[in-house]
Design a protein around this ligand. Sequence first.
Ligand code: FMN
Length: 225
Amino acid sequence: MELKDAINTRKTTRGFTDKPVPKEILEEIVKQALRAPSWGNTQPWEFVIAGGDVFTEIKQAYLDKAEETPSPDLPFPQQFPEFIRERLPYARRQQPPDNRDPKEVLKERQVMGSRMYEAPAVIYILTDREMYEQDGRSKDTYAIFDCGLIAQTIMLLAVEYGLGTVAAAQSVRCPEVLREKLEIPDSKVIVLGILIGYPDTENPQYKIYSDRVPLEDISRWYGFE
Ligand SMILES: Cc1cc2nc3c(=O)[nH]c(=O)nc-3n(C[C@H](O)[C@H](O)[C@H](O)COP(=O)(O)O)c2cc1C
């Protein structure tokens, strides 16, 4: 597969079949993704990969806590400038397939999101708290940036194996559940979960292909003809 095809084919897969993903494939994907760049080659990432009964238990615990206020290790953004707000799903002018009401589609997404879109597996990316908190002086946001680079590398590789993914902040909103079920100590910051599995292409949420702001609106060029 050409890289540009993987880039264009990757999309947030909000709906998975129950077919399990073999451990060897997940291992292969994460192993190859380790080629991602990082600040000074620090490679500040660690992975906890969960599937089967453990992940089913996590999903149930998350459902039980669906009404609770999230308390992720990395706080979720609380506000956006107006021009960014216009890009969010509510305000998106984009029409969902089958002429459905965008608000209904979003509500359905929130319910499915609480069930982690029925994903059979998840790859959690962690970083070391000492690295991130820098003795409490400042946050090393580059460690998080590097985790983002490897997250996208994982998601692109997944396409090549016929797998869909969701970079899912929702999957890290209850770190206490993950710490207990996956033996993650406080010394590790849980950055992101990547839900992974075989796409349920019949799911109405799967059919949505997100739009992008055109490059000419967000770029300026100097020194070119
Ligand atoms: C850091 C991060 C966290 C995200 N968290 C969620 C999430 O919790 N639930 C979800 O449905 N999508 C989540 N997304 C997916 C974005 O909504 C999605 O990437 C965006 O709408 C663009 O759509 P696309 O990935 O299909 O191109 C997240 C994406 C990123 C990068």
